[in-house]
Ligand binder design. Structure first.
Ligand SMILES: [Zn+2]
Length: 201
């Protein structure tokens, strides 16, 4: 199970703070609801490409002693199963689908000058499929946009809500993935929820 880490700072700060298992330790199990703090259970590694970061991050895992299942704290700018951050994918999709830039120019807009255009096409294809679901799912957060097609409507709603805020909402309450789950995790991917409020906030 993956929980979104409610961490909004830079990736560098995330990497520093994740050292301390107490910093974001869930005080109960989100899966079986046992009211015991979870036990640190090491890390797994994944790659992440963000505007100012391109590399491997460690993702902290916790174990519930009652149900023996693990929970991992993914930084909220990272999308499960996708290497690129929410922000970079957002920049690309807005540049290409909302502002009408070419694939190449949209790639430049993401700061990924060497990004193969096939990757952008993959995001676009997935976003097209997911747009009707997203438009519907985001209705509680934003007035439906005036756009006539689902893709523009979903993009305008994401822009007005903020991509990370929308992602956090979709991922926790409705379990929708911005670009849809891959077939191997269908229909709705791994069980997921949102971490408890930031302890310092
Ligand atoms: Zn449990």
């Amino acid at each position: 199970m993956q929980i979104l880490h409610p961490f909004e700072g830079s990736i560098q700060r995330y990497l520093e703070e994740i050292h301390d298992p107490d910093q974001y330790r869930p005080d109960h199990c989100p899966q079986c609801q046992t009211k015991h703090p979870l036990t640190g259970h090491g890390f797994y590694r994944r790659t992440l490409v963000d505007a100012a970061f391109d590399g491997v991050i460690r993702v902290r895992r916790y174990l519930c002693r009652s149900c023996k299942r693990t929970v991992s704290l993914l930084p909220e700018r990272a999308l499960p199963w996708l290497r690129f951050s929410v922000s970079l994918i957002a920049l690309f999709l807005v540049a290409r689908l909302l502002n009408g830039l070419t694939l190449r120019a949209a790639g430049r807009a993401t700061v990924q000058t060497g990004m193969p255009y096939q990757r952008g096409q993959f995001w676009i294809r997935r976003f097209h499929n997911q747009a009707p679901t997203l438009s519907l799912a985001m209705a509680p957060l934003a007035e439906p946009a005036a756009a006539t097609d689902f893709v523009s409507r979903a993009l305008q709603m994401l822009e007005s809500i903020g991509w990370i805020a929308a992602h956090r909402f979709l991922f926790s309450d409705l379990r929708a993935h911005l670009l849809g789950w891959p077939a191997c995790l269908a229909p709705r991917g791994v069980p997921s929820t949102l971490a408890a409020a930031h302890p310092g906030a």
